[in-house]
Write a protein that binds this ligand. Structure first.
Ligand SMILES: [Zn+2]
Length: 209
C-alpha cells in the first residue's frame, strides 16, 4: 500500500495512524512495517505575497530533490468545507504528501496554512517534522497585488480586508506559533532574491531534518 494509513497485512485504514520506533503499527492486527518518514515543507503566507509565483521556479531549481505542489488543487468538491481550519482538506493533504514521500522526495506544499491546522491532526505522525516558511508583505503592497488580480478569482474588498488581517496577525504571531513560522517579507525583494531565499530554506531543512 502506498497510502501509509492503510495496513498492508489486513487492509484496515487507520483513522489515527500509530508510529512506534520508526514503524507504522496497525491497531487492528498488530502488523508493523517500515515507511519513509520525511519532513513536509509548507510554503505559506497570505495570498498576494508570492507563493504561486515562487512555486514553479522552486520546482525548476529543486526538481531532483523535492516535489513542489500547489495546495489549491484539492480545494474543490467535498474537501472545500466551511469547518474552521478545514480539517478534512488538511488531513487529505497530509495523506497525499505522506504517500508521495514513499517515493523518496519531500513535498514542498505551496498554500496558506498555519501550524494549528496541521499539528493536531492524527496524520501528523507520518512526518519527521513540518516546517513553515511564510511569505508576507506590507499591507498596501499586498492589497495592490490582490486588486490587480483577474475578476474570476473573486478578490472583492471584503476578502482583501480579511487577507490583510491574516497578514497582520501572521507578521505579529509567526515566531510564537508552534512550531515557529519563519517570515520572509517580499515587499521590497525581487523575485529572484525571494526564490534564492526559499531555496536556501528548503536546503537547510533537508540538511537538518
Ligand atoms: Zn492490520
Amino acid at each position: 500500500m502506498l497510502d501509509p494509513t492503510i495496513c498492508p497485512s489486513c487492509g484496515d485504514r487507520a483513522e489515527a495512524p500509530t508510529v512506534r520506533q520508526g514503524l507504522l503499527v496497525c491497531a487492528e492486527c498488530g502488523h508493523s512495517w517500515p515507511f519513509r518518514r520525511l519532513p513536509l515543507l509548507a510554503l505559506t503566507g497570505p495570498s498576494g505575497a508570492g507563493k504561486s509565483t515562487v512555486g514553479p521556479l522552486l520546482a525548476e531549481r529543486l526538481s531532483d530533490r523535492v516535489v513542489v505542489l500547489e495546495q489549491d488543487v484539492l480545494w474543490t468538491g467535498g474537501l472545500r468545507d466551511d469547518v474552521d481550519g478545514h480539517p478534512t482538506f488538511r488531513a487529505t493533504w497530509l495523506r497525499m504528501a505522506a504517500m508521495i514521500h514513499q517515493s523518496g522526495r519531500p513535498v514542498v506544499l505551496c498554500g496558506t496554512v498555519v501550524p494549528p491546522e496541521f499539528e493536531p491532526l492524527p496524520e501528523r505522525v507520518l512526518f519527521s517534522g513540518i516546517h513553515y516558511l511564510a511569505l508576507a508583505a506590507e499591507p498596501d503592497v499586498l492589497a495592490r497585488r490582490l486588486r490587480a488580480r483577474p475578476r474570476w478569482r473573486g478578490w472583492d474588498e471584503e476578502r482583501i480586508a480579511e487577507m490583510l488581517r491574516f497578514n497582520d496577525w501572521l507578521r505579529q504571531q509567526a515566531a510564537g506559533l508552534f512550531p515557529p513560522v519563519e517570515l520572509l517579507d517580499t515587499t521590497r525583494t525581487a523575485l529572484e532574491e525571494t526564490v534564492e531565499k526559499v531555496v536556501a530554506w528548503v536546503e537547510q531543512v533537508l540538511a537538518t531534518d
